[in-house]
Design a binder for this molecule. Structure first.
Ligand code: NAP
Ligand code: MG
Length: 399
């Protein structure tokens, strides 16, 4: 069989623990036999991040700016326990945070829908994609405990020294205050990433805030989205036949529950944090969620939404059999390869990505799956496969 050619490389970011094991198997069984794979490889495994003082993460992000498409394996974000486990020089920052800071993008999380794994909400027929604004608000807030009676104010001192003030509250007893911010530039990037992604996948875009209550803060989000939409995207949306829809967050939540799915839901930072956990668990499993970082300049970084599946890795190290779900990681590869094909005008590569996804889904639909899915499937007698046999079953299907 002749292998599919790639004109340009994608950036490959290897990772940690069980997902690093799956990564190798996916390449061996599902990619190398079919594609003349061209990647620029960066080892984001914790050991090498430590060796390079995390420079490898920065290099990988910069390479993504050059090649425009990256695929990333899950990586450990070090904490105190990891410091001793890996005898680290420093508690390196989350690679995803570092990459996001360099590419300045929005993360889109999409559930992979397959027959036999039914969403809890029975009218959801198609996936709901969550786009979370990953900057500011309560995550970068300053807070203060108010010990007793007194006035709390917001004070803004302009660069020229001019001062403006607003009263928060005139306390007559103890309480609490919180000051948060956002940046027009960040909200604009968020809006552009959302509109661009909606056009990419040809799905409706919903956005919601609490603008009736927050007449300056949330209203600014609403206004920026509306303005960018009218100026830059309305025509393109019309051409593709999709719509942009703004509503109040309460209304959005109610509509989401009654919808059939099949749209993108753009959320402010906190809403996105909470709603993405709700959506992913309602669709079945964290192991079936993909995630893509889309920068406003049009750089794409694909990954699985789950972590390195540490518990399974220790079983694997102890020589025990594992049944770890590789679907989201496979879809990270197919997403990246499809995007590469699209940018290069390589239709064979795009078709391969489609076939890889179909082969994965039909393997599950034929009753062969990993343990996590077997536990929640509506199928009567699923066959539970181990990590590698599941990937081999997909490879057989793909052939
Ligand atoms: P996790 O790796 O997502 O795993 C949590 C649990 O969810 C697992 O123990 C497993 O449950 C289940 N699970 C997740 N993915 C699965 C899969 N593909 N197949 C089967 N079951 C799956 O989260 P974590 O244990 O909290 O974090 C482990 C490491 O991952 C941490 O060091 C964290 O920093 C890192 N992390 C990285 C990323 C990223 O790179 N994007 C994201 C999140 C976390 P059972 O054990 O019950 O089978
Ligand atoms: Mg959360």
């Amino acid at each position: 069989m002749e292998k599919i050619r790639m004109n340009t490389a994608i950036v490959e970011m290897d990772g940690d623990e069980m997902t690093r094991i799956l990564w190798k198997m996916i390449k061996e069984h599902l990619l190398f036999p079919f594609v003349d794979l061209k990647t620029e490889y960066y080892d984001l495994g914790l050991q090498y991040r430590d060796e390079t003082n995390d420079q490898v993460t920065i290099d990988a992000a910069l390479a993504t700016k050059k090649h425009k498409v990256a695929v990333k394996c899950a990586t450990i974000t070090p904490n105190a326990a990891r410091m001793t486990e890996y005898t680290l020089k420093e508690m390196w920052k989350s690679p995803n945070g570092t990459i996001r800071a360099i590419l300045d993008g929005t993360v889109f999380r999409a559930p992979i829908v397959v027959k036999g794994i039914e969403p809890c909400v029975k009218n959801w027929e198609k996936p709901i994609v969550i786009a979370r604004h990953a900057y500011g608000d309560v995550y970068k807030a300053s807070e203060m405990k108010i010990p007793g009676a007194g006035k709390a104010e917001i004070v803004y001192t302009a660069a020229d020294g001019a001062v403006s003030k607003t009263l928060i509250h005139d306390f007559d007893g103890p309480g609490i205050v919180q000051g948060m911010h956002n940046l027009e530039s960040s909200i604009e990037s968020f809006a552009r990433s959302c509109f661009r992604y909606a056009l990419d996948v040809k799905q409706e875009l919903w956005f919601a805030t609490k603008d009736t209550i927050s007449k300056q803060y949330d209203h600014t989000f609403k206004d920026i989205f509306a303005e960018i939409y009218e100026k830059e995207f309305a025509k393109a949306f019309e051409n593709v036949g999709i719509t942009y829809f703004y509503t109040l967050i309460d209304d959005a939540v109610a509509r989401v529950m009654k919808s059939k799915g099949g749209f993108i839901w753009a959320c402010k930072n906190y809403d996105g944090d909470v709603m993405s956990d709700m959506i992913s668990s309602a669709f079945g499993s964290l192991a079936m969620m993909t995630s893509v970082l889309v920068s406003p300049e049009g750089y794409y970084e694909y990954e699985a939404a789950h972590g390195t599946v540490q518990r399974h890795y220790y079983k694997h190290l102890a020589g025990e059999e594992t049944s770890t779900n590789s679907v989201a990681t496979i879809f990270a590869w197919s997403g990246a390869l499809r995007k590469r094909g699209e940018l290069d005008g390589n239709s064979e590569l795009m078709e391969f990505a489609d076939r890889l996804e179909k082969a994965t889904l039909s393997t599950i639909e034929s009753g062969k799956m990993t343990k996590d899915l077997a536990l929640i499937t509506t199928m009567k007698t699923p066959t539970v496969l181990n990590s590698e046999d599941f990937i081999i079953a997909i490879a057989k299907n793909l052939k």
